[in-house]
Design a protein around this ligand. Structure first.
Ligand code: FNR
Length: 370
């Protein structure tokens, strides 16, 4: 099987090769489970016995990089470049529009190389002309291409993804990673929209986030370990057995968020992502210091169903209901009040933060409101 796939790769042009890769990413994410172990089970929120607010007082609206969002949930970067991904993007864009969600498109390299591929991205802006749309490109991109990627989808922000592990697990992936931070600095000066430096599921440490911000990123998306795992996805594509330890490579999402929140101290927005699946995960992330949360894999699976629209709506209604209940139970009417609530970070996530020198953040979080 592997042999026939490899032969296919050699016989194909770059565009077809990329199209097949996009298709295989979708197929892999549909069949692979989340890697698990985000660490959010180590995070406990604290109830307020007399909440003194009503459920219908709760507002889930928030701000990210100067734009208003009806919900802190962002449809994170996934796909584009093929007919199949165009259909998925159209479904997700309509979902984003119905609920005022921000949406990122998948890496736009395909659209920059072939005009045929661009419709599967531009559909997102066509369907949702007034929504918040986020462009996406890989690390090390040049200024000209980044400007085109922003323009193509009329983007409000630009995500630049850092995915070295994925690249090295791809037969056709990059092996050279020098000089990309410097390029980010140049990009920041030339690009008209805010830049979000993004991981894709291996997680960011505090110092990595600091490097991105110092190089000019306006925000970070921590892309933590625990949800979709691109090392597993690439091994699946190549039909290769994977050494178990690779599934633990990276920073679990809760530890990553703790590190990055402690490091950035509220000075730059943080998008928490990587295995965020429930209303509890979302609220825990907001309490720990996230401005918004990104979700990818589950939305792809729902959008690909024949009744995708209804399923997506139902999924969001359930998450929002849990979020509203937790707001009330903590006595917080708004997302910004949620960000002032206490949390106990215990277990291995607590140990992680202590050992990494982020104990003060953890103690402050526990003592809020006392
Ligand atoms: C992704 N992701 C991604 N990220 C990115 O920056 N550019 C991209 O092109 C893609 N492509 C992509 C395809 C598919 C099918 C999936 C599921 C995901 C990564 C994504 O944005 C996110 O960082 C991770 O998937 C982790 O979040 P979840 O899936 O655990 O919620």
């Amino acid at each position: 099987m592997l042999q026939s796939r490899e032969k296919g790769i050699q016989g194909m042009g770059e565009t077809e090769d990329r199209a097949r890769r996009k298709h295989e990413h979708i197929a892999a994410v549909k069949s692979l489970p989340d890697v698990g172990g985000t660490g959010f089970a180590d995070v406990r929120l604290l109830p307020r016995s007399a909440p003194e607010i009503d459920v219908d007082q709760v507002s889930l609206g928030t701000e990210l990089l100067g734009r208003h969002l009806a919900s802190p949930i962002i449809i994170n970067a996934m796909t584009g470049g093929t007919e199949e991904s165009g259909r998925i993007n159209a479904t997700l864009a309509a979902f984003a529009k119905r609920h005022g969600l921000a949406m990122a498109v998948g890496s736009e390299t395909a659209a920059l190389q072939s005009a045929d591929a661009s419709a599967s991205y531009t559909v997102v802006r066509e369907i949702n002309p007034d929504g918040v749309v986020i462009a996406n490109l890989g690390m090390g991109v040049d200024i000209e291409r980044s400007l085109r990627a922003v323009e193509l989808v009329g983007a409000d922000f630009l995500q630049i993804h850092w995915n070295a592990a994925q690249e090295m697990f791809m037969a056709e992936g990059d092996r050279r990673f020098r000089g990309f931070l410097e390029r980010l600095s140049g990009l920041q000066k030339a690009t008209p929209v805010p830049i979000i430096a993004k991981e894709v599921g291996q997680g960011m440490t505090g110092p990595s986030a600091r490097q991105f911000i110092d190089a000019g990123a306006n925000a970070v998306d921590i892309g933590g370990l625990g949800g979709t795992n691109f090392i597993a996805v690439e091994a699946w594509r190549r039909h290769q057995p994977l050494e178990e330890e690779w599934l633990r490579w990276g920073v679990p999402t809760a530890a990553s968020l703790g590190e990055v929140a402690a490091e950035l101290q509220g000075k730059s927005p943080i998008v928490a992502s990587g295995g965020i699946r429930t209303g509890h995960d979302v609220v825990k992330a907001l309490v720990m210091g996230a401005t918004a949360v990104g979700i990818a894999g589950p939305l792809l699976r729902l959008a690909a169903e024949p009744d995708g629209d209804q399923r997506l709506d139902q999924w969001l209604a359930e998450i929002h209901e849990t979020m509203r209940m937790l707001h009330v139970l903590m006595g917080a009417a708004t997302i910004s009040e949620v960000g002032d609530q206490p949390a106990i970070v215990g277990g291995s996530t607590g140990d992680w933060l202590e050992l990494r020198g982020y104990g003060e953040y953890r103690r402050k979080l526990a003592r809020r409101g006392r």
